[in-house]
Design a protein around this ligand. Structure first.
Ligand SMILES: NC(=O)c1ccc[n+]([C@@H]2O[C@H](COP(=O)([O-])OP(=O)(O)OC[C@H]3O[C@@H](n4cnc5c(N)ncnc54)[C@H](O)[C@@H]3O)[C@@H](O)[C@H]2O)c1
Length: 256
């Protein structure tokens, strides 16, 4: 499949190289000229284990850092958005970069070929349904787009292993054709693929982020308590804590 990825940061570069690695032709687009120059020279713009070798393997073979957005988007069936969505002081996500990249895509397309526009950036639940889909519909005219989200769960410092060895792939879309295209794209990763509504997909990413933050705060608090008491092997205590099957609770199952 042919794919364009907007934003070549941790998430976008990993996605682009990961999809190139499993047999796709991938175009990478970024607004940062220095970042593109570094990548074209075969260097990573940040430290990330294994990715420098993968970049060298795929650069200019099936991964292309391009300035010709019109040509890359026209040649692609799937367009990923991996741009920043920083949080403002009021906690709302700044979607400026995301909508700029979506608008660039819509303007670049001149035919009515079916394409899937996929947000990988982290966006608040309901953004796809209430903002992205209405925006795309209002601008696309006769052009043929489906919209989906596909949240990313990777950790900086472990980007490659987290992408290639993903625990699960979440595809949030109401459109059957988009579901089929993205399922086909991700099948070579051999990870469970979960198809849900767009808002469910976005909510899963928020559940993941908030639970991880809660667990980190809780673990730090409990480690301090253990230090104060003394004589406690905290790492061992947590390992044994996590052996409890009840942590795999399902909705409605509750903790007994
Ligand atoms: N870094 C992580 O660990 C992580 C994990 C999961 C999800 N996320 C989410 O993924 C998204 C991207 O995160 P990141 O860490 O990769 O960000 P990043 O800042 O490393 O990279 C974003 C890239 O997008 C580029 N960009 C901005 N506007 C653009 C445009 N219009 N067209 C093309 N490129 C454009 C920037 O120049 C930059 O290179 C964010 O929403 C973030 O919350 C990040």
């Amino acid at each position: 499949m042919n794919v364009t990825v907007f934003g070549l940061g941790f998430v976008g570069l990993t996605t682009a190289l990961g999809l190139a690695h499993i047999g796709n032709k991938v175009y990478g687009v970024d607004v940062d000229a220095a970042r593109k120059k570094t990548l074209r020279g075969g260097q990573l713009p940040f430290l990330e284990p294994h990715m420098d070798e993968v970049l060298k393997t795929h650069l200019d073979k099936n991964f292309f850092v391009t300035d010709d957005v019109a040509a890359s988007v026209s040649d692609s069936e799937v367009i990923f958005y991996c741009v920043g969505t920083p949080y403002g002081e009021d906690g709302s996500a700044d979607l400026t970069y995301l909508f700029a990249a979506i608008d660039t895509t819509i303007e670049a397309v001149a035919d009515d070929k079916f394409r899937v526009l996929v947000t990988k950036s982290t966006i608040p639940p309901s953004t796809t349904a209430e903002k992205i889909i209405p925006h795309v519909k209002s601008k696309c005219g006769e052009k043929n787009f489906a919209v989906a989200n596909n949240p990313e769960f990777l950790r900086e410092g472990h980007c490659w292993e987290d992408f290639i060895g993903a625990d699960r792939i979440v595809i949030g879309t109401d459109e059957e054709r988009a579901r089929e295209v993205l399922t086909t794209l991700y099948t070579p990763l051999n990870a469970p693929i979960k198809c849900v509504t767009p808002s469910t997909g976005e909510f899963i990413k928020y559940l993941s982020n908030t639970l991880l933050a809660t667990l980190i705060s809780y673990s730090n608090e409990m480690a301090q308590v253990a230090d104060t008491i003394g004589g406690i092997d905290v790492a061992e205590a947590f390992r044994i804590l996590h052996m409890d099957k009840r942590w795999n609770i399902a909705v409605g199952g509750g903790i007994k």
